[in-house]
Write a new protein. Structure first.
Length: 213
């Protein structure tokens, strides 16, 4: 994906936000209990630095991610509505409580660690789920949003994207959803990846290059 876009003249940046691997155990575990907060804020600082240093045009920065990265995209757009010219969430999470109830067995208790729920009361857990869920702040999304999701996704059910689409659209937001029929999580097959790339490039032409469709 990096080659695809850099070969077309786009600048591409990965942020090793708090919780990333390859920086030691302490750094990787620093997001425990702070998932959806420290990672979110680190990326915003990255964007502001790149714009301030003149490396990018701050008015034409887009953000994209898949799965938990898609969740982060929605977090950025709800909490920092004026930073990005557009966003793409692929198989992303919008409601953590629903995900906790519906995801597959392997990750069924994953959020317990990420959100630090082990010692929380039920009331505190519900509060954290709501606080960290972009769905409940969808009214703040001002950037055009593209959603791509497979309708056979067992990890992040497609309802996660359907719900945020309805919420953003209900507030007259610019939102488009592309459904990959019969496809699962993360679009690993060549045909899925090609379709996703084509849709992403068209979205960036519209929102970053501002080429009329």
């Amino acid at each position: 994906m990096v080659q695809y876009f850099t070969s077309r003249g786009y600048a591409f940046c990965f942020s090793n936000y708090t919780g990333s691997s390859a920086h030691g155990k302490t750094y990787r575990e620093a997001s425990r209990g702070e998932f959806g907060v420290v990672d979110r804020d680190d990326v915003i600082e990255t964007v502001r630095y790149l714009a301030k240093s003149g490396r990018v045009d701050g008015s034409r920065v887009g953000i994209e991610g898949a799965s938990s990265g898609g969740y982060c995209v929605l977090q950025y757009l709800t909490r920092y509505p004026d930073v990005f010219a557009g966003g793409i969430s692929m198989c992303g999470v919008s409601d953590l409580k629903t995900l906790d109830e519906e995801t597959h067995k392997l990750e069924l208790h994953y959020l317990q660690t990420l959100l630090g729920l082990e010692d929380k009361t039920e009331e505190e857990k519900l509060g954290l789920f709501r606080e960290r869920s972009p769905l409940y702040y969808a009214q703040h999304i001002a950037s055009p949003l593209l959603l791509i999701h497979g309708d056979a996704d067992p990890v992040v059910p497609i309802g996660q994207s359907e719900d945020i689409k309805q919420a953003v659209g209900g507030n007259d937001g610019d939102v488009k959803m592309v459904v990959l029929r019969g496809k699962g999580h993360m679009f690993r097959h060549a045909d899925n990846m090609k379709l996703a790339l084509v849709e992403c490039e068209e979205w960036w032409k519209k929102t970053l290059l501002r080429i009329p469709s």
